[in-house]
Design a protein around this ligand. Structure first.
Ligand code: FRU
Length: 663
C-alpha cells in the first residue's frame, strides 16, 4: 500500500537528501537491443556488445554485461548512436568511455537544441573509464547523447556504457572540444606539475638557476600534440612550483631541430659572450641534423647559444657547431663547471658505431656510451674519456655529499632510463664503484636532469613523465615533481635518495596527522582526510602480522606485500621494506604544518604525491622512487586495506594541495 501524503511529507522533511537525489540511470545497455536509441551507419551493429568483438583486443571497465562498441566491421566502419531526448534533471552526466581519441571523430557528445555542447573521446585504450560533464548551465533543458564513430584508421572506434545523471561528480568534470576551458583548468591538466600550455613536451633541458629564477627549458613541439619540430620551450619560476611559460628559446635552424641539452651561468665569462653587468647564460644543445627539411644532409652536432637578458632572448654562436659529429646521433650534452680543474665538462651520449657487428636489421650496430669532453671556454672541446657501459641518451652527472658530508663525495652518472652508477671523478674520467642501480621503479620517468648553479648547494632533479595520455587536452605530457637528490649509506651499499623539494609546503592548504586504531585490524579503513584531488600523503605502519596492506587512491591500488617487501602499483614492483629510523628522509614541515614526521623504527614508510594525472611514490623516505602517469577512475577517495593480520601501529599525514596555477 502507498501513502502518498506521508511520502511527500517525508521528502519534505529530508529535503537535503532529496536535493542530492539518487543518480538516475539514462542507459546501461543491458538489453538485447539499443532500447530506443537510433543508429546510423554500421559501426554500432544492432545492439550492445558483450565482451570484445571479433578481432578486437579485450575490452574491460564496462558495467554489467552489455555496453556500446562501434567495432562492428572493425575500425573502418562508421556510424552514430543517438539517445532519445531526456531532461537534464541533475547537474552532471557521468559515463564510461573507451576506444579512440580522435576529437570530434570517436567521441561521446551531448546535444542541447541539436548543438554539441560537450564532447569526450576515449584514450586509445579498450578499457572504459569514467568521464563527467558539468551540465549545470543547461539545467532543466532536454538533451540527447550522441555516440560518434567517424574515424576509419587505427583506433577508429568508440566504447561507452552506463550513462547516469547525478548531483555529485564522480570525477572532475571533463570538458573537451568544442567547449573552451580556461587555460590550466582542463580536466587532465596537472595542477602542481609542469606541463606546456599547448603541444607536445618531452625532456627537461637547460635546468639552471640564475638571478633568482629557476629556468626550465624543455623539448617542445610548438605545432602539435605529438613529438616533432623540436624547439626549446622555456618557463621560469622562483620556487619550482609556480611556473610562467615564456617565449620559445631556441628554434630549429639549418643545422637541425633543437634536441636536448643544458645551460650554465658563465660566471667568469670564459666564453667572452658577456655584454652587460651580469654573467651570460650559455646553452649547450644538440642540433639534430637531418631531422628537418632545412637541415637535410647534416649530422647531429653540439652547438651553443647565449643570452645576456635572463634567458629571454638567445643568440646562436657564429662558430657553431662546437663539437662535430662523432658516432651516430650523438646528443644531449650536460655541461657543468668543474672548479678544482677549472674547466667545463661535457658528458655526451654517443652511439659508437660497431662496424663488425650487425643489428637485427643487418645494419652496423651502435654501442651506446657516454663520452666526456672538456673545454676552457665552452667553444673548444677536447675528448677526455669514455664510460663504456651501456648508457642510452640524456646522461646526467652530478657530485653529491655522502651522508651529508661535503668532504666525502661520490659522483652519480645516469642515462635516460634513470639507471645509475656511483663513483669518483677528478675532472676527466668517471670511475664507477658500483654496478648499475635502478633509479626509478615506476613506469613513467625518463631523461631526468639536475639543476646547475643552485645557490644552496641542493641538487634538484626533474624528470619527464614519459608516456602519459591526455586525450582531448591542448597539451601532451608533463614533468615530474622536482626532487632533491642525496646519497646515503645503507646496508645494501650507497644509494641515491629522492625526496620532493621542500617548497611543496607553499601549496599545502591543510595538514592532518592521524593515528589509526592500535592495533589496526584487518579490513578496509577509510582515510577520510586523504580523499582529496591534490594530495601529499605520508603513511607509516609497523607491519605486525599483516600480509598485505593496500593503499587505494581514487580507485588506484598500491599493494604492499609483507613477504616480498615490495609495493606493487600499475604492475610495477617498488622495493619497500621495514626501514630503520635513521634511513631515508622524513618531512620537515614541523614549523608551519604540524608535527615533524619523526619516523618509528623499522616501520614501512610511504609518501605519495597525487595530481590529476600522476602518482609519484617515495618508499622508505626516498630510498625507492616510482613515477606513474594515470587517469583517475574514481572521485577523490582514500582507503587502507589490511589483510591477513593486524598492524600494531599505523598513522598518516594527509596534506591537501591547491593548484599551483592559481594565485
Ligand atoms: C630523449 C630524447 C633525447 C633527444 C630528445 C629529442 O627523450 O630522445 O635523446 O635529445 O629526446 O626530443
Amino acid at each position: 500500500m502507498k501513502f502518498p501524503l506521508l511520502s511527500a511529507f517525508a521528502s519534505f522533511l529530508f529535503l537535503p537528501t532529496a536535493l542530492g537525489a539518487e543518480p538516475q540511470i539514462i542507459a546501461d545497455f543491458e538489453g538485447a537491443d539499443y532500447a530506443g536509441w537510433t543508429t546510423t551507419g554500421t559501426a554500432f551493429g544492432d545492439g550492445p556488445a558483450h565482451g570484445n568483438l571479433p578481432e578486437q583486443s579485450p575490452v574491460g571497465g564496462y558495467r554489467g554485461k552489455g555496453y556500446v562498441n562501434s567495432y562492428h566491421g572493425m575500425d573502418k566502419a562508421t556510424g552514430t548512436l543517438t539517445s532519445p531526448e531526456f531532461k537534464l534533471s541533475q547537474r552532471y552526466l557521468s559515463f564510461l568511455v573507451g576506444g579512440g581519441e580522435e576529437v570530434g571523430k570517436t567521441c561521446v557528445n551531448v546535444l542541447v537544441d541539436d548543438k554539441v555542447v560537450r564532447s569526450a573521446t576515449g584514450r586509445e585504450d579498450e578499457f572504459l573509464t569514467t568521464a563527467t560533464f558539468d551540465l549545470g548551465e543547461f539545467a532543466g533543458k532536454s538533451a540527447r547523447i550522441q555516440i560518434v564513430d567517424a574515424a576509419t584508421g587505427g583506433w577508429g572506434h568508440i566504447n561507452a556504457d552506463h550513462f547516469i545523471l547525478t548531483d555529485t561528480a564522480p570525477t572532475p568534470p571533463y570538458v573537451q572540444n568544442p567547449m573552451p576551458v580556461p587555460e590550466y583548468e582542463e580536466a587532465l591538466r596537472p595542477q602542481f606539475h609542469f606541463s606546456a600550455k599547448q603541444g607536445w613536451l618531452n625532456d627537461p633541458n637547460g635546468l639552471v638557476f640564475s638571478q633568482g629564477e629557476f629556468h626550465l627549458f624543455f623539448q617542445h613541439n610548438p605545432e602539435g600534440r605529438e613529438w616533432g619540430n623540436m624547439t626549446w620551450g622555456h618557463a621560469v619560476s622562483d620556487d619550482l612550483l609556480h611556473w610562467q611559460q615564456l617565449d620559445h628559446a631556441l628554434y630549429p635552424d639549418r643545422l637541425g631541430t633543437m634536441f636536448s641539452g643544458s645551460a650554465v651561468v658563465d660566471h667568469e665569462n670564459t666564453s667572452g659572450f658577456k655584454t652587460g653587468s651580469q654573467p651570460p647564460l650559455v646553452a649547450i644543445y644538440t642540433a639534430a641534423g637531418g631531422t628537418s627539411e632545412e637541415s637535410k644532409g647534416h649530422l647531429f652536432t653540439q652547438c651553443i647559444a647565449y643570452s645576456n637578458d635572463k634567458g629571454r632572448t638567445w643568440t646562436k654562436y657564429s662558430g657553431n657547431p662546437v663539437l662535430h659529429n662523432i658516432g651516430d646521433g650523438d646528443r644531449d650534452p650536460k655541461v657543468f663547471w668543474h672548479a678544482p680543474t677549472r674547466h667545463w665538462v661535457m658528458p655526451l651520449y654517443v652511439g659508437e658505431k660497431e662496424p663488425n657487428k650487425l643489428d637485427k636489421n643487418g645494419k652496423p650496430s651502435n654501442r651506446n656510451v657516454c663520452h666526456f669532453y672538456t673545454s676552457p671556454d665552452l667553444k673548444n672541446w677536447t675528448f677526455a674519456s669514455k664510460f663504456s657501459e651501456e648508457l642510452f641518451e640524456c646522461p646526467g652527472f652530478v657530485e653529491l655529499p655522502l651522508d651529508g658530508d661535503p668532504k666525502n663525495t661520490r659522483w652519480a652518472l645516469w642515462g635516460a632510463s634513470g639507471e645509475y652508477w656511483l663513483g669518483r671523478f677528478e675532472g676527466r674520467e668517471f670511475k664507477a664503484e658500483t654496478s648499475k642501480l635502478r633509479g626509478d621503479f615506476g613506469a613513467n620517468s625518463y631523461a631526468a636532469q639536475v639543476y646547475d648553479d643552485l645557490p644552496d648547494k641542493r641538487v634538484v632533479f626533474i624528470t619527464w613523465m614519459q608516456g602519459g595520455k591526455y586525450p582531448g587536452m591542448p597539451f601532451n605530457q608533463q614533468m615530474g615533481f622536482p626532487v632533491e637528490l642525496s646519497l646515503q649509506t645503507t646496508p645494501d651499499g650507497i644509494r641515491l635518495v629522492k625526496w620532493p623539494v621542500k617548497e611543496i609546503h607553499e601549496i599545502f592548504t591543510s595538514s592532518l596527522r592521524e593515528d589509526l586504531a592500535r592495533p589496526l585490524p584487518a579490513g578496509r579503513h577509510e582515510l577520510k582526510s586523504a580523499a582529496v584531488e591534490l594530495l601529499d600523503l605520508e603513511l607509516e605502519f609497523l607491519p605486525g602480522t599483516a600480509q598485505t596492506v593496500t593503499l587505494e587512491l581514487r580507485g588506484q591500488k598500491l599493494v604492499w606485500d609483507a613477504k616480498a617487501g615490495e609495493l606493487t602499483a600499475f604492475g610495477r614492483k617498488v622495493p619497500l621494506k621495514p626501514t630503520p629510523k635513521a634511513l631515508g628522509r622524513h618531512s620537515d614541515f614541523g614549523k608551519t604544518w604540524g608535527p615533524d614526521f619523526e619516523p618509528w623504527n623499522d616501520s614501512v614508510r610511504l609518501r605519495v604525491l597525487l595530481d590529476r594525472s600522476s602518482i609519484e611514490v617515495f618508499g622508505s623516505g626516498g630510498l625507492s622512487m616510482a613515477s606513474f602517469c594515470f587517469i583517475p577512475r574514481e572521485a577523490p577517495s582514500a582507503t587502507l586495506g589490511v589483510e591477513g593480520g593486524e598492524l600494531p601501529k599505523a598513522r598518516f599525514t594527509a596534506r591537501s594541495l591547491k593548484s599551483a596555477w592559481r594565485p
